[in-house]
Design a protein around this ligand. Sequence first.
Ligand SMILES: Cc1cc2nc3c(=O)[nH]c(=O)nc-3n(C[C@H](O)[C@H](O)[C@H](O)COP(=O)(O)O)c2cc1C
Ligand SMILES: Nc1ccn([C@@H]2O[C@H](COP(=O)(O)OP(=O)(O)O)[C@@H](O)[C@H]2O)c(=O)n1
Ligand SMILES: [Mg+2]
Length: 235
Amino acid sequence: MSVLAESAVGHDELAVLKLLALEGGLEGDVKISCSHLAERLDASNQTASRRLQRLESADLLERDTVSDGQWVAITDDGEHTLHAEYEDYRRIFETDSQVELEGTVTSGMGEGRHYISLSGYKRQFEERLGYEPFPGTLNVDLRDDSVRRRSAMASLEPVPIDGWESDERTYGPAVCYPATIETADGEVYDGAYTIAPERTHHDDDQLEVIAPAKLREELALEDGDHVTVSVGDRE
Ligand SMILES: Cc1cc2nc3c(=O)[nH]c(=O)nc-3n(C[C@H](O)[C@H](O)[C@H](O)COP(=O)(O)O)c2cc1C
Ligand SMILES: Nc1ccn([C@@H]2O[C@H](COP(=O)(O)OP(=O)(O)O)[C@@H](O)[C@H]2O)c(=O)n1
Ligand SMILES: [Mg+2]
């Protein structure tokens, strides 16, 4: 989501950042003058200059002032900020689309097997997903852009898995989304689900996938192999 709440940068500065990106500020240095910027913003030179300063202070922009203007370049943080806005708009306009996430297969902590096998969850998988999953979760280490894109999943319709309790302890809820896995060789597996347990030891850079079959065998996957996971309604 937006970083606006936690920095001194507001919507006015963000509008400037967007303008600079439209002028090529993501590809490298662009030369601008404050008067040109002021005109585009319909604001005074001082206002334009102040917004640039704030963007620079927040490390969203790098500047090099020369006699007839300045060279500016949007930093990685600046790009992330714009990208967060882009993801918000994606969620607004692409309500029923698929979300494509890319990453590499990785080994986890060997706990997925235990949780997937518990009867309190297994019952729900059979009822709500229509099958008993292979005991385990295939863990996918998401690329940075996919970690960000993951937030777009919020606009999709999840299959909820409820929390439950045994005599000894409580187990947390989880959400599942239908998913298709494609390998680098173009092998496709349809009928999987992503599963996001509310209580997990992983950060959101790790995506867990369940399926009736052992995906490592079905798709000949090993750690480090690239996969694309298309999340959302099946077409
Ligand atoms: C359906 C499901 C429910 C889970 N519920 C809990 C839970 O209640 N408490 C907890 O600490 N971890 C829970 N986990 C998370 C696991 O401990 C672990 O973080 C995650 O599944 C990754 O395991 P892996 O690295 O072995 O693949 C759950 C996992 C799954 C798949
Ligand atoms: N549908 C599935 C689920 C898990 N798996 C694999 O089965 C093994 C057991 O899953 P797990 O979640 O307990 O293990 P890790 O993900 O922690 O390595 C792992 O090697 C998973 O990658 C699979 O190939 N297909
Ligand atoms: Mg796992």
